[in-house]
Write a protein that binds this ligand. Structure first.
Ligand code: NAD
Length: 382
């Protein structure tokens, strides 16, 4: 029996080795695809190609009695790897005649990512960080693009201290709020202006499918090239008016981050035993803890700035707080029916999204469960 198991495991090892060799071949081909796309100026993310690969491989898997979802999972993971490999090859430069790209705050996390992307795309890039203002006049003199990537709380002040920029220089910011920086940029510069909000942190492996929100300032024809460049990097560009952006961010960022902060603070004050919670948890709780815990591995100032960036954020959090209290009071009064009725109202509000989210979260939960046995799980738990 034991010999039979050893023999079968040996065969499985052989198959896995072949898989490794196949992935090595695939990655080599992907690197060549990256070179060709770089030459042609094509986006690293090709949604039609991705959809057609998945559809074909799913059908082939089905025919061989292999679960199509298994093949889709494996291929999606391989594609993610491909996107980061393609990024290493570099990108076509859409605007080679552009002057210097000056990134104010380019030594920071997000500014640093953009410095890297512009450099990989063949632009001449210069970083102007907080101790470099003495050189500002020379740095800005021949700038074709100035990107402001300093902390939110300092953005407007830094924009106001910019020297006069060349008339056709494009002025851009990367701040997580849009209305105030855009207004400040339009006031200090008469040339083209664009507000950007990358909806990702600096730790992503590639920009494939990542959202960059943009709010038009002035002279849209003068920033078409930048949108095209970011498209080549793989980003999905989403236009929105600056005021609407800030309203949406009250829910997407300010409230979300605050509730994570409050939940983390609660666990801390209750002195919850995280190791025990993890060992007893279902994948969804583990995922929830990960979403909360990851906040506390980051810069508190960024989150304080995001939440405090507008009084409307605090008003939104206050309304949530009131609702939280009302719903809790119903339960404390033993009003089970009110809970069930409210549940039905919210289900109706979510409509088709509820089922879509149920399906999407299934694969996320399966992945959270897969990673439970990784040896590098914090403190060796779970
Ligand atoms: P960061 O603190 O890592 O970087 C900010 C950089 O700005 C630092 O290098 C700092 O030295 C520099 N700086 C500060 N004052 C300056 C000054 N007066 N002149 C020149 N440089 C100055 O912060 P970050 O996380 O990279 O965030 C930068 C901007 O990007 C913020 O506006 C933030 O809203 C936006 N953003 C960040 C993220 C993210 O996840 N980090 C995501 C989206 C948008």
């Amino acid at each position: 029996m034991a010999n039979e198991l050893v023999a079968l495991r040996g065969q499985i090892d052989d198959v896995d080795q072949q898989l490794v060799e196949l992935f090595a071949r695939r990655l080599k081909l992907v690197a060549r695809v990256g070179e060709v796309k770089n030459r042609l100026g094509e986006s690293i993310y090709a949604p039609e190609r991705e959809a057609s690969i998945l559809a074909q491989r799913r059908a082939e898997a089905q025919a061989l009695g292999v679960p199509p979802d298994l093949i889709e999972d494996v291929l999606r993971r391989a594609m993610r790897e491909s996107y980061s490999c393609e990024r290493e090859v570099g990108f076509k430069c859409v605007n080679p005649a552009l002057g210097k790209v000056v990134v104010v705050g380019g030594a920071g996390k997000l500014g640093g990512l953009f410095v890297q992307l512009f450099t990989l795309s063949g632009y001449q890039v210069c970083i102007l960080d907080k101790n470099d203002w003495a050189n500002a006049a020379t740095d800005f003199a021949d700038a074709g693009l100035v990107i402001v990537a300093v902390p939110i709380e300092q953005t407007v002040r830094v924009i106001q201290q910019l020297p006069k920029l060349p008339a056709n220089c494009l002025l851009v910011d990367l701040t997580s709020v849009k209305a105030a920086p855009l207004e400040a940029m339009l006031a200090v510069h008469t040339g083209p202006v664009l507000g950007l909000h990358p909806m990702f942190g600096p730790d992503i492996s590639s920009l494939a499918k990542q959202v960059i929100i943009y709010s038009e300032g002035r002279n849209s024809e003068a920033f078409e090239w930048l949108l095209a460049q970011m498209h080549i990097w793989g980003a999905r560009l989403q236009p929105v008016n600056a005021v609407e952006h800030d309203q949406a961010m009250s829910l997407i960022q300010a409230l979300r981050h605050f509730t994570s902060f409050a939940y983390g603070s609660h666990l801390c004050t209750e002195q919850a035993d995280l190791a025990q919670l993890l060992s007893l948890s279902s994948p969804i709780y583990r995922l929830e803890l990960a979403m909360v815990g990851r906040l506390f591995a980051q810069d508190p100032n960024l989150y304080a700035d995001i939440i405090l960036s507008s009084p409307a954020n605090l008003t939104m959090i206050r309304r949530y707080h009131t609702r939280f209290g009302e719903l809790l009071a119903q339960l404390e009064q033993g009003n089970r029916n009110a809970f069930v009725q409210q549940f039905a109202t919210v289900s109706e509000f979510f409509g088709d999204y509820a089922n879509t989210f149920l399906k999407e979260s299934r694969s996320l939960l399966a992945q959270a469960n897969d990673s439970r046995h990784l040896p590098n799980t914090p403190a060796g738990q779970a």
